[in-house]
Design a protein. Structure first.
Length: 402
């Protein structure tokens, strides 16, 4: 079996030498290439080049000056540049043991499914390498939440949060992928036109070899943003936030009118509060992938605030007609006008405020890690050797999970 191993890295210089050594040992007799996609700000790229010079396997380095899409974007960059149809994705910190590569490759070679996932939660799998009880709790909760939101797509996947898997490129559609952070497996599964068949193999999530974990509250927010986008889509996520704002607006109007505030004054106060709140939530959960090319934060806020106030100014006469002339109660009348305004708001925000400009970023640099005297391309093909298939139990299929 021919296999491209994709390793995204960010400041993993202390792990590279050992990682390459163990991958080389684990894949002896297999036809593989090792593709590092590096977003580091330290000297990781230099360490990769040095490790490659002493390795018997073919190594390619893609160093990105702009880390578009985070880790997920790095994985997609590596997959697009890979030589072989089967790609195995793993982290660069050795928590994904290289010794599992032949197991995943052997299962993949059987051709039963285009996606083979290394699971911490299948039978003899273990997530003990997570650094703390709180991280294990967050991981478990995230897994439960994700599987609940995608019950059909993840029917055969006990560990959608893992970053350790093998995928057949020709069997999936990569054009629709929109990676936004760590959880690239979930992105691949959720965005396919049809449900992807999955086979799982249990593995033990190991201790980090060197360096510090990249997990943070920011990554948690990115995951929530990705989950909302995958489940609902941009317009639906906009609608969810708009719905939250509408409920808050109605509640504020109800509270103020109960305090004998005139309904138009109450509507103005409620509108200003929810306009600001909606903008903050939309920046975080709806348009976060577009903010880099959409001008400054201040500029976006001014545009959004001005438009929403203009829309509110136009909406208030309609509210006046509904309440004073048609004698509809103020709270349901407010709800009607907010629903009518939703479509206009979404179009304006998508097409004007967050209109993406053409990217001015240069293409990622590809660093050849081969002998300068060799008459070869940047991607040096590996020798043709039949892969060795380890003796192991039959693969664990997801539908056996109860």
């Amino acid at each position: 079996m021919e296999l491209s191993i994709i390793v995204p890295t960010f400041n993993e210089s202390g792990n590279i030498t050992e990682l390459v050594r163990r991958i080389e040992a684990a894949t002896a007799g297999m036809t593989v290439e090792l593709v590092f996609v590096d977003d580091s700000t330290d000297h990781t790229a230099t360490v990769i080049a040095d490790a490659a010079a002493h390795s018997s396997i073919d190594v390619k380095l893609i160093h990105r000056e702009v880390a578009t899409g985070g880790l997920g974007g790095a994985v997609i960059e590596g997959m697009r540049s890979s030589l072989y149809d089967w790609n195995l994705v793993m982290d660069g910190d050795l928590q994904h043991p290289p010794e599992m590569i032949p197991v995943l490759a052997a299962t993949a070679s059987e051709g039963s499914a285009p996606l083979v996932v290394a699971s911490r939660y299948r039978e003899n799998g273990d997530a003990g390498g997570l650094s703390s009880t709180s991280r294990r709790a967050v991981s478990n909760l995230s897994t439960v939440l994700t599987r609940a939101m995608f019950p059909s797509r993840l029917r055969d996947c006990t560990d959608p949060m893992t970053g350790f898997f093998a995928v057949q490129k020709s069997a999936i559609s990569m054009d629709g992928l929109e990676p936004r952070g760590f959880k690239i497996l979930l992105e691949i599964i959720a965005r396919q036109p049809k449900r992807v068949e999955i086979i799982e193999e249990p593995f033990t999530f190991g201790e980090r070899h060197a360096g510090k974990s990249k997990a943070s509250f920011r990554q948690g927010f990115r995951f929530l943003r990705q989950l909302i986008a995958l489940r609902f889509g941009r317009m639906s996520a906009f609608a969810v936030i708009g719905g939250i704002g509408a409920l808050a607006n109605i509640a504020i109007v109800a509270a103020l009118t109960a305090l004998k505030v005139e309904y138009l004054v109450a509507a103005i106060i409620a509108a200003e509060i929810t306009i600001i709140g909606n903008f903050i939530l939309q920046e975080r959960f709806v348009f976060s992938d577009l903010v880099g090319n959409a001008g400054s934060w201040k500029g976006r806020f001014v545009k959004s605030f001005s438009f929403n106030n203009a829309e509110t100014a136009l909406r208030l006469p309609v509210l006046f007609v509904l309440v004073d002339l048609w004698t509809i109660a103020s709270v349901p009348a407010t709800a009607v006008t907010l629903i009518l305004a939703f479509g206009v708001r979404f179009v304006f925000h998508s097409r004007v405020i967050y209109a993406p400009a053409k990217s001015n970023h240069a293409a990622p640099s590809v660093v050849p890690l081969i002998d300068d005297e060799a008459e070869q391309s940047v991607i040096a093909p590996a020798a043709t050797v039949e892969p060795s298939v380890p003796t192991r139990p039959a693969p664990r299929r997801g539908h056996n999970d109860h």
